[in-house]
Design a protein around this ligand. Structure first.
Ligand SMILES: *Cc1c(COP(=O)(O)O)cnc(C)c1O
Length: 467
């Protein structure tokens, strides 16, 4: 039993881990080879049947041992994965993580620092403080003391942004959130969770929030408002006109929050950063590094122009941040999240920042934006395909010419169930489109051509069957 239940940490931990990691890597290789494509063929029923067969009873009376359990489950996980490292897996803002970042996760898991108190995470506390400050400075380069919280993702970041806005307005009229119809659903859910009035949703027929429409919506509101803009919509990657929206907000004495969950990492690129001009006017900015940042989930951020803005999150619990401990110089971490026990998600991020530098991250951003332009150009040239529009970031919406929405939806499912490609779907301009969210920096031009061929071949089969 001691052998199976060896620990990951301590001086003996690495020796325990080494053969297990080797088993994991072998199982990953075997699983990927057995899958042979971006996603397992056969759809949900076939995957359920296969997993049930391979796993048997999840909690056996007598365990199977570490090697067997790891090999069986990891192999099955990989065999049945939708693997974003495959060039034909491009449905969602679901990135292929960097190997170095995944390797850093092993260290984080092994030592298990928890960022709710310094005595659980001495070095991790300091790494988080430094990496957060550096990332906040990317968002707010001209300010003296910006800060950023590590979150589980855009959803939590948007929740915290609305919570901070609510608290800034405490004692006065409740904050009214105003957002575009193109905003992420988490904005509405956050307002609901926080007991704020139902957000005013401004129609966005052009795909972005029109400053004149935002102006008109704010004109109607008597009290305090938080205007939420999106820098990189989930459906199309469109970026709201931030400088103009900042002006509109200022004119009305409203605050601006920017949800840059997708688009935020454009800041790393010299070529792309200009698309986010105006971001610095925001009272808070959501960024996800598990989208354009090539991190394993979770890697979210909420950046604020000054660390003092985070004060409403402060909280005291004697066992974690006793007042005398804080006065004696122990860092007080409880106010850096609404969570208590908290993973050191910062480690993989800090490793990535150091290994690639701003240039390296910018080059990855440039690569995926370049792929999107190549794919859009190829769609545009293709007589059998319609292009929705020029990509703003790395998302391309397209559809077979002449297909109706039902056929587009069926085509997407067919490609997925046959294990050929995983594309997303998005409604735009009153029609349904196939969505390619390109986040793999290493795909080649021929992969993009082949992806389009998969679509046109499936469309040809569909048309044939309909005859
Ligand atoms: C993905 C996304 C979110 C939600 O982020 P999670 O990391 O999934 O919680 C919020 N806003 C936008 C614009 C997004 O694309």
């Amino acid at each position: 039993m001691k052998e199976i239940a060896g620990l990951a940490g301590g001086r003996q931990g690495p020796a325990q881990l080494r053969p297990l990691v080797e088993t994991v890597l072998t199982a990953l290789e075997e699983g990927a080879a057995a899958r042979g494509g971006p996603v397992p063929a056969g759809g949900p029923k076939e995957t359920a049947r296969r997993v049930a067969g391979a796993l048997g009873r999840p909690l056996p009376g007598h365990g199977t041992g570490a090697q067997e359990a790891l090999h069986t489950l990891v192999r099955e996980l990989a065999r049945g994965a939708a693997d974003p490292a495959d060039p034909y897996c491009a449905a969602h803002l679901h990135c292929p993580p960097l190997a170095l970042s995944a390797a850093a996760e092993l260290a984080a898991a092994s030592l298990n620092p928890s960022l709710d108190s310094w005595d659980q995470a001495p070095a991790a506390t300091e790494i988080e403080a430094r990496a957060s400050a550096a990332l906040a400075a990317v968002v707010y380069p001209d300010l003296p003391a910006p800060d950023a919280l590590m979150t589980t993702g855009g959803t939590e970041s948007n929740q915290l942004a609305l919570l901070l806005a609510r608290e800034r307005a405490a004692g006065g009229p409740r904050v009214q959130v105003v957002c575009g119809a193109n905003a992420h659903h988490s904005v509405q859910r956050a307002a609901w969770l926080l007991g704020l009035p139902r957000p005013v949703v401004v129609d966005t027929p052009s795909g972005v929030l029109d400053p004149a429409d935002a102006d008109a919506a704010l004109d109607e509101l008597p009290g305090r408002a938080l205007l939420v803009a999106t820098a990189g919509t989930t459906d199309t990657g469109a970026i709201d006109p931030l400088p103009q929206l900042a002006q509109v907000a200022a004119k009305h004495g409203a605050e601006l929050h920017v949800d840059a969950a997708y688009g935020g990492p454009l800041l790393f690129s010299r070529h792309e950063a200009g698309k986010l001009d105006g971001l610095q006017s925001a009272v808070s900015v959501t960024v996800d590094l598990h989208k354009l940042g090539w991190q394993p989930v979770a890697a979210g951020l909420l950046a604020v122009p000054d660390g003092a803005a985070l004060r409403p999150l402060g909280h005291q619990a004697d066992y974690l941040n006793a007042t005398d401990d804080t006065e004696a110089g122990l860092p007080d971490l409880l106010g850096r999240s609404l969570r208590t026990t908290r993973r050191p998600d910062v480690l993989k991020i800090a490793v990535t920042m150091r290994a690639l530098g701003r240039e390296g991250l910018g080059a990855l951003v440039d690569a995926v934006c370049g792929h999107a332009h190549q794919l859009a150009a190829a769609v545009d040239r293709h007589p059998g395909l319609d292009l929705h529009g020029r990509p703003a970031i790395s998302t391309v919406l397209f559809r077979p010419a002449g297909a109706d929405d039902e056929q587009v939806a069926a085509l997407r499912r067919e490609l997925m169930y046959e294990g050929r490609a995983v594309l997303g779907r998005a409604a735009a301009g009153g029609r349904l489109w196939l969505k390619a969210t390109l986040l793999n920096p290493h795909i080649r031009p021929q992969d993009l051509d082949a992806l389009l061929r998969l679509v046109t071949d499936a469309q040809a089969r569909q048309t044939q069957e309909a005859r």
